[in-house]
Design a protein. Structure first.
Lengths: 321, 323
């Protein structure tokens, strides 16, 4: 019992890479013991990477996700046709050898459209995920560390936005500030950071009672130093997991809002917007227009979720699923 | 207990007041309910008249105060776009949404408990792995896309394939014209919207149930029961399941409460005139009375069901009973 407690004890001080840790028995196969030889020391970072690489679904998802990122953002080079190029003779038609995802109502290659739409979906999703994590971390750390009054304020604020519907906020903000990606990103992040803040807050609440924080405070470290050097490194795991889940959530939220007409506006497209445009095809002969943008959404969200799973296991091998 | 409930309700009032003001202010700032009169004859006079009627000539705080004092007295005003009474609109919409929530929650619960318990009892079996995979899919699946696919593959394609006069399951409304009550027609309309709702909730709830069951199964008193020689069946259903159901009960209450704000996606795709559609229509028209009424009714249900979750949990599990 005491041994495992020591293992679980968070690492104090200094960045993760600086710490050379020889863990007694962290996980099977982490140490390849050769009789008589000194076990090779690995940094915490290396251990995390090793554990992540063992999660096959996560590694596969990461690779797939990176490929999709490159395809979408490199659409200028990857896409088989120029953007918005209309082939007026090619009527709306299903997938073929020439047009991988078919041709839409305007005679545009659907594969090309999907790639370009992915730029907007992914950009918004990733930006919202990162922004809400950063803001949520800051707010949660402050609330958890400095305690009561700020803590109460944050929680009331969270309650407020549980009541106010996201769609209404977005509709008002888009009308007020104009239909830009930045507005969408800011609004979605503004609504998503509170979840992260709650997670971070509870983590900080438990971490700040730990002995190593007390020791740091006793030796005169400032609050800023304690938060950034002692508490932050110990929370890297949950924060990164939250960021990935945040990205997945934001991609779906953006798609949903765009589908309902409150997100991306023409001439811009995103996967959600494409589905919104193709909604009328349901039940018709050209329902294939519905399949591909949705499939991309599904694949990306699955990838990001698996990535999050892998990260969680890598950072916290003792966690239960 | 009563003190606990009273305190929770009291605490939520400021949140409702402030949020209603923020939304009121936001909508008034960006939507002009007199916009539709701009093209009419004698527009200037008509708009001035209407502005007075809606109280738009007063400061925003006064406007909100007038709305709020009427609202608490039960006068929820009329919709600026349809001129219908908001109380009637909300109660009608709520009726439709409640039907969806009821069937969705009941069916989801049954599936989630059965699959969750089975997964936990036979951990890492083929079925467990399959359920896990399905729940990953269910969580990642954008609900609106699932709804569209369901229409395509479960309603339209079978109809075309077997040359039916009517699809097996419908995807518009909850009844065919001239039909009412609980009958086959109702079920055929309900199938797809409820399926859409179920897929999302089951994906989460079954995982939840599985985790709770695994937790309980590794408890000491289960080992004791097994060691005494009790049959496995009895241990699982009498000793373990009773405790493993507790977390899901409160989770269900919390989630169900959040659904009353409307299944915005489901209702708009399947053309069901419930709360979600009411909200969307209100938002598109900048209809402040409708949006606020919708929001507060939804919030009250969230608060109620959260309370219910705590009370029920305390009732079922004396260890955490609130005093």
């Amino acid at each position: 019992m005491t041994l495992s407690d020591q293992e679980a004890e968070p690492l104090s001080n200094a960045s993760l890479e600086e710490i050379i840790e020889v863990m007694p028995e962290p996980d099977e196969g982490d140490l390849e013991l050769v009789a008589g030889a000194e076990p090779k020391a690995r940094s915490q970072f290396q251990l995390v990477v090793r554990r992540f690489l063992r999660h096959r679904a996560a590694v596969f998802s990461t690779v797939l996700f990176v490929i999709l990122l490159f395809m979408c953002f490199g659409a200028t080079w990857v896409a088989p046709f120029a953007r918005n190029k209309q082939d007026l003779l090619a009527d709306i038609a299903g997938p073929s050898r020439h047009h991988l995802f078919g041709v839409d109502q305007l005679g545009r290659d659907y594969f090309t459209e999907v790639l370009y739409a992915g730029q907007v979906s992914l950009k918004i999703g990733i930006a919202v995920g990162l922004l809400s994590t950063i803001v949520g971390f800051a707010a949660g750390a402050i609330a958890g560390y400095f305690g009561k009054s700020i803590d109460n304020l944050l929680m009331r604020f969270t309650d407020l936005f549980l009541v106010i519907p996201a769609i209404a906020v977005l509709a008002v903000a888009l009308k007020y500030f104009g239909y830009t990606d930045v507005t969408i990103i800011l609004v979605l992040a503004g609504l998503a950071w509170m979840g992260v803040a709650r997670v971070v807050r509870s983590q900080v609440l438990s971490l700040r009672e730990k002995e190593f924080v007390e020791a740091a405070r006793a030796s005169g470290a400032s609050s800023w130093r304690i938060i950034t050097r002692h508490i932050l490194p110990n929370m890297l795991g949950p924060i990164m997991v939250n960021a990935t889940l945040g990205i997945a959530g934001a991609i779906v939220t953006e798609a949903t809002l765009s589908f309902l007409g409150f997100g991306v506006q023409p001439p811009k497209t995103s996967w959600g917007k494409m589905l919104s445009d193709a909604e009328g095809q349901v039940g018709g002969k050209h329902a294939f227009l519905l399949y591909f943008p949705g499939l991309m959404l599904l694949i990306v969200v699955l990838c990001v979720n698996f990535l999050g799973d892998g990260l969680r296991d890598a950072f916290d091998p003792q966690a239960k699923h | 207990m009563i003190k606990f409930i009273a305190r929770r309700v009291l605490f939520s009032i400021p949140v409702l007041v402030i949020s209603s003001f923020i939304v009121f202010w936001g909508i008034r700032k960006t939507f002009d309910p007199t916009a539709k009169y701009r093209t009419s004859k004698d527009a200037a006079r008509l708009i001035a008249e209407k502005r007075k009627e809606f109280g738009l000539d007063k400061p925003i705080v006064v406007q909100w105060w007038n709305w709020a004092t009427k609202f608490v007295r039960g006068d929820w005003g009329v919709s600026t776009s349809t001129n219908g009474k908001v109380t009637d609109m909300v109660s009608r919409a709520l009726g439709f949404t409640v039907q969806l929530i009821f069937w969705g929650v009941v069916i989801s619960l049954v599936i989630a408990v059965v699959s969750g318990v089975y997964s936990a009892v036979r951990q890492y079996s083929v079925a467990d792995v399959a359920f896990t995979g399905l729940s990953y899919l269910g969580v990642a699946m954008p609900p609106f896309w699932f709804a569209l696919l369901a229409i395509q593959f479960l309603s339209v394609e079978p109809k075309l394939h077997w040359h039916l006069a009517h699809p097996i399951v419908y995807f518009v409304g909850l009844h065919s014209t001239g039909q009412s009550g609980f009958n086959l027609d109702y079920i055929r309309h309900l199938a797809l919207p409820v399926l859409t709702l179920t897929v999302q909730t089951v994906a989460v709830w079954s995982r939840f149930q599985r985790a709770a069951m695994l937790d309980v199964l590794s408890a000491d008193y289960i080992r004791t029961a097994r060691a005494k020689g009790l049959p496995r069946r009895k241990v699982i259903f009498k000793h373990a399941l009773r405790n493993a159901l507790l977390p899901l009960v409160s989770q269900t209450a919390v989630d169900a409460g959040a659904l009353f704000g409307g299944l915005i996606i489901t209702e708009s795709i399947f053309s069901i005139p419930g709360m979600g559609r009411l909200f969307l229509a209100g938002l598109l028209a900048g209809d402040v009375n409708v949006i606020l009424a919708w929001m507060l009714v939804g919030a009250v249900f969230v608060i109620l069901f959260n309370l219910l979750a705590d009370v029920v949990y305390g009732f079922l599990d004396p260890r955490i009973r609130v005093t």
